[in-house]
Ligand binder design. Structure first.
Ligand SMILES: [Zn+2]
Length: 549
């Protein structure tokens, strides 16, 4: 006999079983219909398809908002917390369902107000154009000046104009933050930030500790990488390094690595078949993606979404990628990324798991897996092992290696600002947010605040307005990617992580399937990290990849 907790109750277990079965019967067809409608709308871009997608989404939301259903679920969650549900998978299903239904319990009137404010802010972003010398600039025109202009005065004007949207939305954003906090309070949380973390099985203090550790491990390598970038940026604009200002970087937030190195990585990919290369790579590691590619929509079309994503339509193997492939390094890395998501799906998560748990453990773990594979597009050794001949592999590596290192280090410092600013903003929306923002930018990104500047520059970052409390997951995904790669390198190869390229080795797919994919959502992201790597999530492996301690 297995050990059953003393207070386990057969009635509670039977009640939970009934609830989960009813949930699956009602929600599964809606999930599938929503997934298909979402896919179609993104392919056609037609109003009627977007309307259909919205209708199904509303039906789904209404089902999850149902008060009587939630009351039963809440009771079951209480029984589960007391240990009365003695089936582990069932107990986990109740936990996961509770986190799914809880945010839908916000008072409908308040939710309407929040949605209306969000839409108003999004509209302002969509219609905003930076105005310079009475001329309206599109976002790509702004990007072009910041990427190419050598004239500091012109860069400054364009950068300042691009920030005006922050002032346009600041008042709406403050109201939105207060409405979101009110909703969180209704559900028993101190702030909206705390609620969002709870729904994602995360915790504010734990997160700050993780990001403090990340700060300590990346500060020195970041300072070194930034010094090299700064020297090139200063030379390009004819200013001293000490006089570099936020507008000298190549994007409005210094979240990306400025393109200051020579070799053009696209030359290598211009003559390659990106789909074929991906298919060969994934088949080689024992995670074939032929079925995904056959169901996917991979090239540009009129009306189609210009982005890329992967979606698991039915948790029964109908997995698709939407992309707009061109023969460039960007699209090679994007396809490695999206197909990385695709192998961590019902393609390789066992059908024997209950429907509710037959998905990735967490958004950060699937982003992590995607990022783990994505990095290879910047490795000459990987390309050569894949049978691609490079004219000058050394030059490719110097540039690509620096790009990858800089991308990750710069992005990690930017994520520090985002996490800490959002936490501070939701904890006290009435404080001097302009000051908080620039203190964080100066401390973590080492970018100087322009003398006397006092503007809501945080508001010009759309994620702060419409994708709240989400950004830190990208960073945690990177930590997960490095940590899994290090564990795999040690266990499968007993080799230094930098030398492990996966090509043609089914042991890679076996490790990923057993250690990362197979548990699905039976494990939380914390337990999965421990299970896959033998340690809790930490920045150690990530920092080691970039010469940190
Ligand atoms: Zn992704």
């Amino acid at each position: 006999m297995s050990a059953v907790p003393v207070d386990a109750s057969p009635e509670a277990t039977a009640r939970a079983k009934t609830f989960v079965a009813a949930h699956e019967a009602k929600i599964r067809p809606l999930d599938i219909a929503a997934g298909k409608a979402w896919w179609t709308a993104n392919i056609t871009g037609k109003d009627e398809d977007f309307k259909k997608k919205e209708e199904i989404q509303n039906t789904l939301d209404a089902a999850l908002a149902d008060k009587a259903t939630f009351a039963e679920l809440k009771a079951l969650k209480g029984l589960k917390d007391k240990g009365e549900i003695d089936d582990k998978l069932l107990a986990r299903s109740i936990e996961v369902l509770y986190l799914t239904y809880l945010p839908k319990q916000i008072d409908p009137e308040l939710l309407k107000k929040i949605t209306a404010k969000e839409n108003a802010v999004e509209q302002k972003f969509n219609t905003f154009r930076a105005v310079v010398d009475d001329k309206k600039l599109t976002a790509s025109a702004v990007a072009k000046v910041l990427k190419t202009s050598k004239d500091s005065a012109e860069r400054r004007k364009v950068w300042e104009a691009s920030k005006k949207v922050g002032a346009d939305v600041a008042a709406d954003l403050k109201e939105l933050v207060k409405l979101r906090n009110e909703a969180a309070k209704q559900l028993g949380f101190k702030t909206y930030h705390a609620m969002m973390l709870y729904l994602n099985e995360q915790d504010g203090d734990e997160l700050l500790k993780l990001f403090d550790d990340l700060d300590a491990l990346t500060r020195e390598p970041f300072i070194k990488a930034k010094a090299e970038v700064d020297a090139k940026l200063a030379a390009a604009s004819g200013v001293k390094v000490a006089d570099l200002m936020p507008w000298h970087y190549h994007d409005p937030f210094f979240q990306e690595s400025p393109g200051v190195f020579d070799v053009n990585l696209d030359d290598v990919y211009a003559k390659l078949d990106i789909v074929q290369l991906n298919e060969k790579f994934y088949a080689g590691i024992g995670l074939p993606v032929g079925r995904v590619i056959a169901a996917s929509d991979l090239y540009e079309k009129e009306g189609k979404s210009p982005h890329a994503f992967c979606t698991d339509i039915d948790r029964a193997g109908d997995v698709r990628v939407l992309a707009n492939i061109k023969p460039t390094e960007y699209w090679m890395s994007t396809m490695l990324h999206e197909l990385g998501h695709s192998v961590y799906s019902s393609l390789n998560i066992p059908q024997s798991l209950p429907y509710v748990l037959r998905g990735e453990a967490h958004i950060l773990t699937t982003e992590g897996v995607a990022m783990q594979f994505q990095k290879f597009s910047k490795s000459s050794a990987w390309l050569e092992k894949m049978g691609v001949k490079l004219a000058d592999p050394k030059a490719f590596d110097v540039t690509a290696g620096k790009m990858l290192r800089n991308e990750l280090l710069i992005f990690s410092r930017w994520c520090q600002v985002m996490l800490r600013f959002e936490k501070g903003m939701y904890e006290n929306p009435d404080q001097d947010l302009n000051k908080l923002w620039w203190e964080l930018v100066e401390k973590y990104q080492l970018v100087k605040k322009p003398e006397g500047r006092d503007a809501p520059d945080y508001g010009s970052k759309i994620h702060i307005c419409v994708a709240p409390v989400y950004y830190h997951n990208y960073m945690m995904g990177q930590l997960f990617a490095s940590q899994v790669h290090h564990a795999l390198s040690k266990e499968v190869y007993q080799a230094a992580p930098a030398t492990v390229l996966y090509v043609g080795d089914t042991k890679v797919g076996q490790f990923m399937t057993e250690k990362v994919f197979a548990p699905g959502r039976t494990l939380s992201w914390r337990d999965l990290t421990q299970f896959a790597t033998g340690e809790p999530l930490s920045p150690k492996a990530f920092a080691a990849d970039f010469g940190g301690k």
